[in-house]
Design a protein around this ligand. Structure first.
Ligand SMILES: Cc1cc2nc3c(=O)[nH]c(=O)nc-3n(C[C@H](O)[C@H](O)[C@H](O)COP(=O)(O)OP(=O)(O)OC[C@H]3O[C@@H](n4cnc5c(N)ncnc54)[C@H](O)[C@@H]3O)c2cc1C
Length: 454
């Protein structure tokens, strides 16, 4: 049986960071990855014009220091998201132009939105990022869905529709699917709403040249044959003396394991002995969001010549968000769009042809008839991906943080947990995944060091 010090399950950004950090501290590590590629929820596809577009996680922004530092370490250049021109919003069935910074909602809705945002952010500021369940107000906030709070806070339909749109954009889920506490935690974790939603100087500020999946590829290259592809882990035997990990490529023994998967997938491995009830019940209650991401290639970025940035906010429409996703050196044009939450579930039920037609219908509504004639249409339904089962990440519904919160990161004997869902800062983002890997590596290193001493 193969042996190493630490077995890492999953070669997404979290698992790879864990491995790189542990190797740097002198440990022998093997990373077991189910897919035939690394990067997990980050992946790229080469379009017909030879340029690569991101089909998963893609943007980086200020304060995402850990992932930005990785780009620097591996010599990966980042560049600004295209933002020049007017944005579009669909309001009352009409597509309207607005300049960034200008009001995009009616006066009433804008005032309601500002009031509610201030209230939510003042609550979020009180959330303890390390221990959300111990925040003042945690019990009360965890007992209601975000939707309940929103509908108690306003009767204005336009404001509510706008919140629903924003929430779907952040979680690929609906406001009734997460607790108020989870929303507040997420706001605080990512530096509040403007940072999370912002393009320029926000979370959508920058792209990685060649695609964000290159970060994982670079890390994996540095680890060499320590990364094993097509090696889905099925079972983890664990005890005081270590772990035995059963995977499709064989069996691996190690002193410790780090499971770097979203909780929903971590709960699908077979643990022997069975994990404590509370840990398993936690993993039963962190479902993934629903998102279908599309990239549409055009002969040229024709919207730019009409003075448009490519950015659309379309509350209530099936394809509710679009941005210009043209790679920096491409002569062509690319629009990226998202079906999110309930809209993604409806779109997933359509045939591929009908979904493509629906997406192009939306793009034509926003950008005119030229949008109906793409050179290529690419889509990825993340819910159907066996080794992700949804995106952008896992969310916590009512009562979950307060009943099970500590179980998210707490190791079970020699088994540790990493992944974007376990991050306290930039939870759910690439930066959070990297931070979680650093934390897990630190935890394991300390545990191994103390084992050697005694
Ligand atoms: C469409 C989309 C858009 C997004 N946009 C952004 C964005 O713009 N900016 C941002 O910061 N974040 C974004 N995200 C989120 C970001 O991509 C993730 O938070 C991050 O990549 C998660 O990394 P991870 O390592 O925690 O998990 P994952 O990337 O999910 O890694 C887990 C790994 O484990 C593997 N695995 C699963 N099961 C097994 C098994 N049984 N055995 C072995 N291996 C297994 C998987 O194949 C995967 O490689 C987006 C995600 C998606 C899908």
């Amino acid at each position: 049986m193969e042996r190493c010090d630490v077995a890492v399950v999953g070669a997404g950004l979290a698992g790879l960071t864990t491995a790189v950090d542990l190797v740097a501290r002198g440990h022998r590590v093997v990373v077991l990855e189910a897919r035939e590629r690394v990067g997990g929820r980050t992946t790229g596809r080469v379009m017909e014009d030879g340029h690569t577009v991101e089909m998963g996680g893609q943007w980086l922004g200020p304060t995402q220091d850990e992932v930005l530092a990785l780009c620097e370490t591996y010599g990966l250049r980042t560049y600004s998201q295209y933002v020049t021109g007017d944005n579009l919003i669909v309001r009352g069935g009409t597509v309207r132009r607005y300049r960034p910074g200008e009001p995009r909602l009616s006066r009433t809705a804008a005032a309601e939105f500002v009031r509610m945002k201030a209230e939510l952010e003042s609550m979020a500021a009180a959330v303890d990022l390390e221990r959300p369940w111990e925040s003042p107000g945690a019990r009360e906030w965890d007992a209601v869905t975000l939707r309940t709070w929103l509908t108690d806070a306003t009767r204005d339909d336009e404001t509510l529709a706008f919140w629903d749109f924003l929430v779907a954009g952040l979680f690929a889920a609906e406001s009734h699917e997460l607790s108020l506490l989870h929303f507040l935690f997420y706001l605080a974790s990512g530096g509040m709403l403007e940072m999370l939603l912002g393009v320029e100087n926000g979370a959508q500020d920058r792209r990685v040249a060649g695609g964000s999946h290159r970060i994982a590829e670079a890390m994996a290259a540095s680890l060499g044959d320590a990364v094993r592809l097509s090696s889905a882990v099925r079972a983890v035997e664990h005890g005081p003396d270590g772990v035995v990990v059963h995977h499709y490529g064989g069996v691996l023994a190690a002193d410790r394991a780090v499971v770097a998967l979203p909780p929903a997938l971590a709960g699908r491995l077979r643990y022997s002995p069975a994990l404590p009830g509370a840990r398993d019940q936690l993993t039963q209650q962190v479902p993934m969001g629903s998102v279908i991401k599309i990239n549409v290639l055009y002969e040229s970025p024709f919207w730019r010549t009409s003075g448009l940035s490519g950015q659309v906010a379309a509350p209530g429409r099936p394809l509710s968000v679009t941005l210009d996703n043209t790679p920096e050196d491409s002569p062509h044009g690319v629009l990226v769009g998202f079906f999110e939450g309930a809209q993604a579930r409806s779109a997933a039920a359509l045939s591929a042809d009908a979904r493509r037609a629906l997406a192009l219908e939306c793009l034509t509504e926003y950008f005119g008839p030229r949008a109906a004639e793409p050179l290529q249409y690419l889509e990825l339904d993340w819910s159907s991906e066996e080794y992700s089962r949804g995106c952008y990440g896992g969310r916590l519904g009512t009562g979950v943080w307060t009943a099970y919160g500590p179980k998210l990161r707490e190791p079970v004997g020699v088994v540790h947990w990493a992944g974007a869902e376990t991050a306290s800062v930039w939870n759910g983002y690439m930066d959070g995944a990297v931070r979680s890997g650093r934390r897990a590596a630190q935890e394991v290193h300390a545990a191994l060091a103390s084992t050697v001493k005694h």
